[in-house]
Design a protein around this ligand. Sequence first.
Ligand SMILES: Cc1cc2nc3c(=O)[nH]c(=O)nc-3n(C[C@H](O)[C@H](O)[C@H](O)COP(=O)(O)OP(=O)(O)OC[C@H]3O[C@@H](n4cnc5c(N)ncnc54)[C@H](O)[C@@H]3O)c2cc1C
Length: 280
Amino acid sequence: MKAPRLSYRRARSLEEALDALAEHGDEAKLLAGGQSLVPALNMRLLEPRLLVDINSLAALGGIEERAGGLRIGALARHSEVGRSPLVAGLAPLIHQAIPSIAHPAIRNRGTFGGSLAHADPAAELPACAVALDGTVELVGAGGRRRLAARDFFRGLYETALGPDEILAAVEIPPPPPGARSVFLELARRRGDYALAGLAAQASAGALRLVFFGVGAKPVEAVAAAAELGAGDWLRRLPAAEAALDADLDPPDDLQADGRTKRHLARVLLGRAVRALVAAA
Ligand SMILES: Cc1cc2nc3c(=O)[nH]c(=O)nc-3n(C[C@H](O)[C@H](O)[C@H](O)COP(=O)(O)OP(=O)(O)OC[C@H]3O[C@@H](n4cnc5c(N)ncnc54)[C@H](O)[C@@H]3O)c2cc1C
């Protein structure tokens, strides 16, 4: 199938992009890397009247260190993020996750902000942003607002983005003392969307386990993390695996049924805990 008839506008400034959104509302769609939007247009899952291309907006690009943490511009391509020494040093979880996103051609175009805004429940970067306690910066006609990544994801392909807002950047705080992270994903083939995945960060004071591909949005396994507590993680692992039942209720999808996903999540938890213990 082919995309519906639509108009195209290349925004030359953030203001111009915001004006177009304000003027056209739901009938306009932002175009970033196009790696999710264009297939959705071709399949007629979306029928906007106008595409607003934000690729020329330098204000949305770049990867910078800020106060010991990271600021990743919405237009940073997956491949650029994967090559960045800043990301490898300050957010190794994201560095580990990037090779699991699709294939090089898609990573060369797809953007960090596009992945978060699209909010596919099986996508890697939303889970990483939550596991790292990230913050998203949204800009609209009324100004800028910042939101914890865990509050940004609302449901299946649903976020807190208003129709007239643009996701400008994602901020990742400095690594906490003793930070170590593990990224794991099970997929049918390398590059496929995950059947189930886990983005985990442990530090001296906290353990954050965020699963993806097993719910409508990234799912923080708080019961399993509490079960592991501060004690001997390997000894407590069976109890934590059992506690996952309270955290996860994976729906069936085209890739696997919920029972299989629940089993895969337990497998991932065991692997992650062993890796985190080994890295301590
Ligand atoms: C074959 C294939 C396999 C893939 N496999 C994976 C995978 O394994 N894991 C994975 O995570 N992704 C995968 N993707 C998707 C890819 O990562 C996309 O790049 C990403 O989901 C969307 O980023 P984009 O820049 O291409 O956004 P676009 O496709 O341009 O936009 C996606 C949506 O986000 C909105 N949007 C984009 N940028 C912004 C912004 N700054 N502010 C507000 N709204 C915005 C758009 O309006 C649109 O609704 C795959 C894609 C393909 C085609």
